[in-house]
Design a protein around this ligand. Structure first.
Ligand SMILES: [Mn+2]
Length: 305
């Protein structure tokens, strides 16, 4: 069965320690397990000191069949950073803000190198999600309507089909853009009546990140992620139509959300595996999955940073 791991963000030392802890062994240059396969929820790169080693380790495992890796928003952004938009810029603008998040990868990857080109080509063909017989894996949000839009632009392995799809995915007027943003960056809900708040960076926001997995309806301030102060949000219910919850016919795993504290399931069928490896006292976390339909806290395995 599967060992599903959270966002690594270039923390190769923690990745190797976690692989050992999970019982993987390096044979003929590749980490393998006799009975199990590793699945990464994406976000291999940006921030940490061992980004090349992280990519090389997991890519070799994918090539050998001992791992699967899906697309995180950082891989999506890395590809878009390097794709010209035809108007003298790139699909992801080379702004100071965007560069800040990507600079460490560029320093380590060296954009003129063969490694960089080969890695971006590999990122381009990563699946956008996995819908396995027992469970589902996506980087940020399992959202059925967005998945259906994405499926019109992907092939059988859930990879963006061609160059045109990459351009559509970065065209703010195109529905594929919003669908991919939802799967890889999470479900945002617009605030009513022109309301707004300012995020940590002081940027004015008219939509908020949400705890999309929560099933019952709730107020804006109950479902918000990363909004402070919460009382800046309306004290009323979010319409059910914009918060679909998760139709839990099988468990779903994702990363992306910088959870803190001791790893635990969010509901019996929903588990986030990103426990903030980039932060002091953070964790790189795996869930040891054996096909169960009810997830349990005692199946998390982690290494501290
Ligand atoms: Mn992410």
């Amino acid at each position: 069965m599967y060992d599903i791991i959270g966002d690594v963000h270039g923390h190769a030392d923690q990745l190797l320690t976690l692989l050992k802890k999970l019982g993987y062994e390096k044979k003929f240059g590749v980490w393998r397990h006799a009975e199990r396969q590793l699945i990464s929820v994406g976000d291999l790169i940006d921030r940490g000191p061992g980004q090349r080693e992280t990519v090389d380790t997991l890519r070799a495992m994918v090539d050998a069949g001992s791992a699967q890796v899906i697309m995180g928003n950082h891989e999506l952004n890395a590809v878009a950073w390097a794709l010209p938009d035809g108007q003298g810029d790139y699909l992801r603008k080379h702004s100071a803000g965007n560069l800040k998040h990507h600079r460490e990868f560029l320093l380590q990857a060296k954009p003129e190198s063969d490694w960089y080109n080969s890695t971006l080509a590999w990122f381009r063909q990563l699946p956008l999600y996995l819908d396995l017989p027992e469970c589902r894996i996506v980087h940020a949000c399992w959202h059925e309507p967005s998945k259906q839009v994405v499926d019109d632009h992907t092939g059988p392995a859930n990879r963006l089909r061609d160059e045109a799809a990459w351009y559509a995915a970065h065209d703010h007027e195109h529905q594929l853009h919003h669908a991919i943003e939802t799967l890889c960056k999470g479900l945002e809900v617009a605030l009513p009546d022109g309301l707004h708040f300012h995020d940590k960076a002081g940027v004015k926001r008219t939509a908020m990140r949400t705890r999309w997995w929560q099933e019952h309806s709730a107020k804006y301030r109950d479902l918000a992620l990363g909004v402070e102060p919460l009382h800046s949000l309306p004290d009323r219910e979010i319409p059910n139509t914009v918060m679909p919850g998760y139709a839990a016919d099988k468990p779903v795993f994702f990363g992306h959300y910088w959870m803190r504290g001791a790893p635990h399931v969010l509901t019996p069928q929903v588990a986030c595996l990103d426990w903030s490896v980039t932060q002091p006292n953070g964790r790189l976390v795996a869930y040891r999955y054996d096909g169960e339909q009810q997830l349990s806290n005692d199946k998390f395995i982690w290494v501290m940073t």
